[in-house]
Design a protein around this ligand. Structure first.
Ligand SMILES: O=P(O)(O)OC[C@H]1O[C@](O)(CO)[C@@H](O)[C@@H]1O
Length: 260
């Protein structure tokens, strides 16, 4: 696991943007795994800026998002379909036929989940999976207790996650209880993973992911098993790491400069 610590959120986002751009340039037909949430918005802005400056093209790329709320149609204002269109898809040269999210409004969400997993496999698997982390250690919507061997399926959201996401809905009651999410094992199948976390509110979850025991109590800790996992943090998100000075010595300035 590479732990790259940057001074502030802006520097962390730029570093994450460098990593995504590097992957897309190295393989124009890359398959990207995409995430939603507040942390990702400035990363999408960064990628759009590189695209607008003529430095980056997504024309050959295929994308798969991590998750979608069960019950929300793609045009629902709080759906992740809508989020992705506004934050990224409508702003870059992606071929929309190659952008994928699970449909939350289907009659058979479990069937949709299984089909989504199949579509990822048919596309050749994910080259770079971008991730955020929930305050309770979730990745995608793999909440604590998610099996580390899990595949795309329906998950019940914890009240903590629903409270965190309530800001997008009119009330807690209206915040969905279920989501379709790709599984922990699906995430581990990606050839590389990049997790971005900013702000002190994520510090405890980050410490459990990087330094805690491998445990379904913190699904993000499964990334310890991944042979090519990069964690990009700002100082706030890194503030509970016991070995912080070690990571800063190995990767000064958040540069990927040494072996670890
Ligand atoms: O960036 P945020 O809004 O804190 O969300 C963190 C994580 O939680 C989710 O929004 C799901 O609750 C993920 O998509 C995201 O990676």
């Amino acid at each position: 696991m590479k732990v790259l610590i940057l001074n502030d959120p802006e520097a962390a986002i730029e570093r994450a943007g460098d990593i995504v751009s590097g992957a897309v340039r190295a393989r124009p037909r890359t398959v990207l795994g995409l995430a939603t949430g507040g942390t990702m918005l400035p990363l999408y802005d960064d990628l759009v800026a590189r695209h607008d400056a003529g430095l980056l093209s997504f024309a050959g790329a295929t994308t798969f998002n991590l998750d979608e709320y069960v019950g929300l149609a793609p045009d629902h204002p709080c759906s992740y379909h809508r989020y992705m269109r506004q934050a990224f898809f409508d702003r870059v040269d992606l071929d929309r036929a190659r952008t994928h999210l699970p449909r939350g409004d289907v009659a058979d969400p479990q069937g949709e989940a299984e089909d989504y997993e199949r579509r990822i496999t048919e596309a050749g698997g994910i080259d770079l999976q971008i991730l955020g982390i929930g305050r309770n250690g979730h990745i995608g919507f793999n909440e604590p207790t998610a099996s580390l061997g899990s595949r795309t399926r329906i998950k019940t959201l914890t009240d903590d996650t629903r409270r965190a996401n309530q800001r997008y809905f009119s009330s807690f009651e209206e915040t969905p209880r279920y989501a379709i999410t790709i599984g922990v094992a699906t995430i581990l199948d990606a050839r590389a993973t990049l997790l971005l976390a900013t702000g002190e509110a994520k510090a405890e979850a980050v410490a459990r992911m990087v330094e805690g025991p491998l445990s379904a109590a913190c699904p993000a800790s499964a990334l310890q098993l991944h042979p090519n996992a990069t964690i990009v943090l700002d100082a706030g998100a890194a503030s509970s790491l016991t070995l912080r000075s070690y990571y800063e010595t190995v990767h000064p300035g958040g540069q990927d400069s040494a072996f670890d």
